[in-house]
Design a protein around this ligand. Structure first.
Ligand SMILES: Cc1cc2nc3c(=O)[nH]c(=O)nc-3n(C[C@H](O)[C@H](O)[C@H](O)COP(=O)(O)O)c2cc1C
Length: 224
């Protein structure tokens, strides 16, 4: 697949078939992910693959927490994620929400906020999840490395006929997730990515997202 095609076709999928993904295939896409560039080639990503029964148990724990409205167990520095968010980003979140609502209406999908949250905690049924951690001692520069690795993972999955959904909501219960997976406290959870075979028959998978125009997010200096 041409790289531009893979980038254009990749989208967040929120409905997966229950078919498991073989460990060989997960290794293959992960080997692509860890080819990502990193600052001083530190390769700071600490990855945890969780699948099968254990993935189910993790999800059930998180869903139960959200139903009983358990206080979030966010870890530093995510306790106040939107402390100083610029208004332009809040606007985009609003636009995204509006756009998604219209898409959901178009495809006759009715997902409440609670269902969206539970869907996220269940990785929307993806049989495997890959969690990205980095050491808390590393500064923000290294977050970029994890972002690069996760994009490589998304694209490798695309090539293999797999789909992905990044789940930032896991951070709501970061301390519990780390305890469940026996990840040491000095590690920081960045994201979890559900991986599985997409269920494109489910209308939720048809929803699209918008992007700002390039000129909104890019200024040019020395080139027309
Ligand atoms: C770091 C990160 C965290 C995300 N967390 C969630 C999540 O918790 N639940 C969810 O349904 N989607 C989540 N998403 C998916 C985004 O909503 C999605 O990427 C965005 O709307 C753009 O859509 P696209 O990926 O289809 O292009 C997350 C994406 C990223 C990159």
């Amino acid at each position: 697949m041409n790289v531009y095609d893979a980038i254009a076709k990749r989208k967040t999928v929120r409905a997966f078939k229950p078919d498991p993904v073989s460990s060989d295939l997960i290794k293959k896409v992960l080997n692509a992910a860890i080819r990502a560039p990193s600052s001083s080639n530190v390769q700071p990503w600490d990855l945890v693959v969780v699948a099968g029964e254990k993935r189910q148990q993790l999800s059930e724990m998180l869903v139960e927490f959200s139903r009983e409205k358990k206080k979030f167990s966010t870890d530093e520095p995510n306790k106040q994620p939107f402390k100083s968010i610029p208004p332009a980003y809040t606007e985009r979140m609003g636009k995204h929400r509006q756009f998604m609502t219209a898409e959901m209406e178009k495809y006759k999908v009715n997902l409440s906020d609670q269902e969206m949250m539970e869907g996220s905690y269940r990785f929307y049924g993806a049989p495997a999840a890959i969690l990205f951690f980095i050491d808390k001692g590393l500064n923000t520069r290294y977050l970029l490395d994890v972002g690069a690795a996760s994009m490589a993972l998304h694209l490798a999955c695309q090539e293999e006929g797999l789909a992905t959904c990044s789940i930032g909501m896991l951070l709501n219960y970061e301390l519990d997730v780390k305890e469940f997976l026996q990840v040491p406290p000095e590690k920081r959870l960045i994201v979890g990515i559900g991986v599985g075979y997409p269920d494109y028959d489910n209308p939720v998978s048809k929803a699209d997202t918008y992007r700002e125009e390039l000129d909104t997010v890019c200024s040019w200096i020395g080139l027309d």
